[in-house]
Design a protein around this ligand. Structure first.
Ligand SMILES: *Cc1c(COP(=O)(O)O)cnc(C)c1O
Length: 472
């Protein structure tokens, strides 16, 4: 069964934890992220046996080796079936064809109409089960650039053992995004609008995880994309898309609108599990730290600029650490050096051998705001398809890539949100106001509940301590 190690554990015989432990911990005590000690792999024949199978069956196939004997397989199957029954499309993550070799992978048919539901619907069930089994309560604190928060609220609102605190950057999420977080009416959900940007929110959460006494006091847990259980749930749609388009005998290139590097890292995991994989193309908006890092080897933080794709408006791309660990040949010492440098001086150098390996599997480009707007307009004119600004970032980058390289593979563009989640930007580009689906049509009549706090660790932790029922 798969055990997990930290990307920063330099011990020659590192501590190894099981799936349930790493899910409940979120982040390792040394600040590192958990990765499998050994990658479970499937043969080509095993992948082929999954062609044409329903999403939930492929999900069980992909996820079970990581869970091992933490959860009996029949029980895991039930949780997976229930998680994906909440999606409004039978295929869960359907493909739509745009051009001869170009496809959109629609990840937004879950309850909050963005791709975060794919992982969050499942992790809530996994966590609730683990806490019930151990007779524990937990405080989950989560930083969001907009979509994670809503997905977490929707997934956790009926979890009786969990109090959920969501930190979002005040005035930097769309009104639809904010209302999806703040209108649940559920007593175990707390929203904090932080006077700062997403990186400030993420840093506050990281500081809480790096504070052992606070961590113990509130039984802290996390569901940000650094949580391994989220990554593994996202591997599934790379597999279903690839198998639907001729895999494992034919490869796909995937273009992924990237912020925290969780989504695209899941594609990398699929390749590590033995799924034949073309290029993984990192698409960024004007916050292009990953593009600059892969082009130059110099990871260097700039100021965050607000764009029409707010879920990608970040400068610290947390899951990139997992790739650095793999590409360095699992050299935790090298990872520690880079992460210490980042902490001290907001920058680090990627050693050239490591960079070379990254650039073999990945490509990258960015889209500026004009290009995003043009991509939305073109998709409507050429394909009669309304897309959201995050998807538009990826579509622009995918089209540039296809024009520059004559790839024999299918190109799959990950479509991460329903356009109705970002109506203003979509309207400005296309002159069409996208309508919310029926189950959200009264969103703007619901009562909101949230508190605004300064970007101040003491005040935020105090707020959590005085509200969480997990405090002991
Ligand atoms: C979160 C999000 C992204 C970025 O995903 P990462 O895993 O953070 O790279 C892209 N698009 C949308 C709509 C999102 O919500």
């Amino acid at each position: 069964m798969t055990l997990f190690i930290s990307t920063r554990d330099e011990n020659s015989n590192p501590e190894k934890l099981n799936f349930e432990d790493v899910m409940l911990k979120g982040l390792a005590a040394d600040g590192g992220l958990y990765v499998p000690d050994v990658w479970p792999t499937y043969s080509q024949d095993q992948w082929r046996s999954m062609v044409g199978k329903p999403y939930a069956e492929v999900a069980l196939f992909v996820i079970a080796p990581f869970v091992g004997d933490c959860i009996p397989k029949a029980e895991l199957k039930t949780m997976i079936d229930e998680a994906y029954a909440s999606f409004s499309h039978k295929a869960v993550t359907p493909l739509t064809q745009l051009d001869t070799n170009q496809w959109l992978l629609e990840l937004y048919h879950g309850p909050t109409i963005a791709f975060k539901d794919v992982a969050m619907q499942l992790i809530a069930k996994l966590m609730d089960r683990a806490l019930t089994k151990r007779n524990l309560r937990s405080t989950i604190v989560c930083a969001t650039s907009g979509d994670t928060g809503g997905a977490a609220v929707e997934a956790f609102l009926s979890c009786t053992r969990i109090d959920l605190f969501i930190l979002h950057p005040d005035e930097r999420v769309s009104p639809v995004q904010r209302r999806q977080m703040t209108t649940s009416g559920s007593a175990n959900i707390y929203n904090i609008a932080v006077k700062g940007n997403f990186d400030d929110c993420q840093n506050q959460v990281k500081a809480m995880f790096n504070n052992p006494s606070f961590r113990a006091e509130v039984a802290l847990s996390g569901v940000n994309s650094i949580n391994w259980a989220r990554i593994v749930a996202q591997v599934v749609y790379y597999v279903t898309a690839s198998l639907a388009l001729g895999g494992p005998d034919k490869k796909c290139d995937f273009t992924v609108p990237t912020g925290n590097f969780g989504d695209i890292f899941a594609g990398f995991v699929a390749s590590k599990m033995g799924l034949p994989m073309g290029k993984l193309i990192i698409a960024t908006n004007e916050n292009d730290i990953l593009k600059r890092a892969l082009d130059t080897g110099h990871y260097d933080m700039h100021k965050v600029v607000a764009t029409t794709s707010p879920s990608m408006d970040i400068q610290i791309s947390s899951n990139f650490e997992r790739l650095l660990f793999e590409a360095s040949g699992r050299d935790a010492g090298q990872v520690n050096q880079m992460m210490n440098s980042l902490k001290q001086s907001d920058q680090f150098e990627i050693p050239s051998d490591t960079l070379k390996i990254i650039n073999k599997g990945f490509a990258t480009d960015k889209a500026d705001e004009n290009q995003v707007s043009a991509a939305m307009k073109n998709a409507l004119q050429q394909n009669a398809k309304l897309i959201d600004p995050h998807t538009a970032v990826a579509l622009h980058v995918a089209q540039q890539y296809s024009a520059a390289y004559d790839s024999p593979n299918n190109m799959v563009v990950l479509s991460t949100a329903d356009p109705a989640k970002f109506p203003d930007a979509v309207k400005a580009a296309t002159n069409i106001h996208p309508k919310l689906p029926n189950h959200l049509s009264d969103l703007f009549e619901r009562t909101e509940k949230y508190d605004i706090l300064p970007n101040d660790g003491n005040q935020i932790t105090q707020y959590i301590k005085s509200n969480s029922r997990a405090v002991n």
